[in-house]
Design a protein. Structure first.
Lengths: 234, 382
């Protein structure tokens, strides 16, 4: 099990008007391949910002971020887009599915960026929907599905390119307890059976309990590492 | 699935809004095609047959007549080879909606001047010999199914006959070739004898052919000089120039249609642009999600721009198609009045070019905004 994510002295500032606000301060982090990590902390602690940096959605103000051997802080936007398409699956609180496409086509969407044929894309999308238990809902549009089903479609979309890393931002934040448990169960299954590396931001301690280890953030810094298996905070 | 599927899905996201925009674009481009055809009809170039022809009209206005005696006086000029007189008759066949141009003409000289309007020797002989006869353009005769020998009743609203009847009866002598659509020619002598009051011994305008086309300007100066101090002064021009002046007396058709189209397309630009901007604002999270999945900035911007282009080109294509479907009917109803009502392939190409420009203008703001959209900011605003 090698190191998949390494953050070294990462800082992130945002400029709001004339003020520069430091959101992340000197974060050092190492996440091993194949682990399930929860990132907790109060609102404004910087956990989503850190997740965005790890997922290549944003760039650090300073410091180094290396994921799966690629220095994310030193590549251009186009290369970063290509890397995201290849290496990362995203799961958001509000699903972010395209309402005009049915579930099958939403899952197929990331595969348009690959060289796969149409039949291969359909086959892979169908397989991903099968993994999340929605093989029979491919023709339904997001508006015709429950919140839990939409999140399952979003997870299928995150999986379909077979990325090495899944980043999940409050994946159960918009769901009731029972449905949230089902989604967390699914994420655990993906980690356990498919060996996916998962980094999940959550406010919910019960959700964090599903992870192998939990990192806590406060005021832009990583402050603790519970269980610490495979995850190191410097 | 391809990105084009996503394009269509996005266009059909709000079917009512898209349909209304599509229909407004189609109507705008239909208007473009029709106004272009009308403008072309008025500004159409003169044929080679008309290079040696001059039109002699009243200097006062298009609607003023000239004395019949001018025909022989002009014919006597050395510069003029032949001259014929034409008048406006108007009227309609059975019902007011069956209106077409009808001219009382001199059958002896008319077809000698307008040689491009081919007529058979038999038909011409019949037309010349029977004073109540008329000849119809082929399009007009075909439209109403007229055959030689048929009696054609023309209902008048300007010229009553002696005895008070407003319906003039003509016997169809035959047909002649006329590129301008629908036209009926009747005997001037018959008209002149039967008409009561205004119009008697008057002609609408004269058309002369000069002996030497190079001497057109000299002939014009001679003719207008001859009547300069008379109660009915003339204004002579080449046939080409006459058409232009005719158009300018009705108003500068080209300029008017251009202004109408500018107003239409400016309004369309604002309305459709506003709709596109609203549509973009509604889709910011989706576009951010696409970028998250790895779609490059340029691809997302191209998708947004392609949607605007597809809508505009689709609307333009529909407008052009409708115009083409309407052309035969419009040609039949307007052709006789304004000349030839023809939709041109060049106008269709211009419409498609305009649609492309419109699509680029409408799609530019959303596309640039989509390109600049930062994922983190867009997702945070959700």
């Amino acid at each position: 099990m090698g190191e998949l994510i390494r953050c070294t002295d990462v800082c992130k500032d945002y400029v709001r008007g004339a003020e520069r606000v430091g959101v992340l301060r000197n974060v050092d982090l190492s996440v091993q391949d194949g682990t399930f990590t929860a990132l907790m902390g109060p609102s404004g602690s910087g956990k989503t910002t850190l997740l965005n940096l790890i997922g290549g959605l944003d760039s650090p103000t300073s410091g180094e971020i290396e994921v799966d051997g690629l220095r994310l802080d030193s590549v251009n936007a186009r290369a970063l887009s290509a890397w995201r398409a290849r290496s990362v699956g995203f799961v958001f609180q509000f699903y972010n599915l395209l309402p005009v496409l049915n579930a099958q086509r939403n899952v197929e969407l990331p595969l348009l960026l690959t060289g796969l044929s149409r039949s291969e894309r359909r086959k892979n999308a169908g397989l991903a929907l099968e993994i999340v238990g929605l093989a029979d809902r491919g023709k339904h549009k997001p508006g015709e599905l429950s919140g839990g089903q939409q999140q399952r479609v979003a997870i299928a979309r995150a999986l379909v390119s077979d990325p090495c890393l899944l980043v999940c931002d409050e994946p159960t934040g918009d769901l009731d307890r029972s449905t949230a448990d089902e989604i967390l169960e699914l994420l655990q299954t993906l980690h356990r059976e498919l060996g996916k590396t998962i980094v999940m931001v959550t406010h919910d301690p019960r959700a964090a309990d599903r992870a192998q280890h939990t990192l806590h953030m406060d005021k832009g810094r990583l402050v603790s590492n519970i269980e610490g298996l495979g995850t190191e905070v410097a | 699935m391809k990105l084009s599927s996503l394009l269509w899905a996005n266009l059909l996201r709000k079917p009512t809004r898209t349909s209304l925009t599509f229909v407004s674009l189609a109507i705008a481009f239909l208007l473009f095609m029709l106004l272009r055809a009308i403008s072309d009809a008025f500004s159409g170039g003169v044929s080679m047959e008309g290079m040696d022809r001059i039109v002699i009209d009243s200097r006062y206005s298009l609607t003023d007549n000239l004395p019949l005696s001018y025909v022989e006086r002009i014919r006597a000029l050395d510069e003029v080879d032949q001259v014929t007189n034409v008048s406006w008759f108007g009227g309609y066949y059975r019902e007011p909606r069956n209106a077409f141009a009808t001219y009382p003409v001199d059958p002896e000289s008319y077809f000698d001047i307008f040689r491009e309007q081919g007529i058979s020797a038999d038909t011409l002989a019949r037309f010349r010999s029977v004073r109540v006869s008329a000849v119809a353009s082929e399009a007009l005769a075909a439209h109403y199914g007229w055959q030689p020998g048929d009696t054609i009743p023309i209902v008048q609203d300007i010229f009553p006959q002696e005895g008070g009847s407003w319906t003039w009866q003509f016997e169809l002598a035959g047909t002649f070739q006329y590129a301008g659509g629908e036209l009926l020619l009747i005997h001037y002598d018959y008209f002149n004898e039967a008409v009561v009051g205004w119009g008697k011994d008057q002609v609408g305008w004269l058309v002369g052919r000069v002996a030497d086309p190079k001497e057109v300007d000299a002939a014009i100066r001679t003719i207008d000089g001859m009547f300069e101090n008379s109660p009915d002064p003339t204004r002579s021009t080449t046939e080409d120039e006459y058409r232009r002046q005719f158009a300018s007396q009705l108003g500068d058709i080209g300029a008017i249609s251009g202004m109408i189209l500018m107003a239409v397309f400016f309004t369309i630009l604002l309305l459709t642009g506003n709709t596109a901007a609203q549509g973009f604002a509604e889709r910011v999270p989706e576009l951010a999600a696409m970028k998250t999945l790895g779609f490059p900035d340029g691809s997302v911007a191209a998708l947004v721009l392609a949607e605007a282009l597809a809508l505009c080109l689709g609307g333009a294509t529909a407008g052009i198609a409708i115009a083409w479907l309407l052309e035969p009917g419009l040609e039949a109803n307007l052709g006789g009045m304004i000349g030839s009502f023809d939709l041109s392939g060049w106008s269709a190409l211009q419409a498609l070019g305009l649609a492309t420009l419109l699509g680029l203008l409408i799609g530019a703001y959303p596309a640039v905004s989509a390109r600049r959209l930062t994922i983190v900011d867009a997702l945070r605003e959700r």
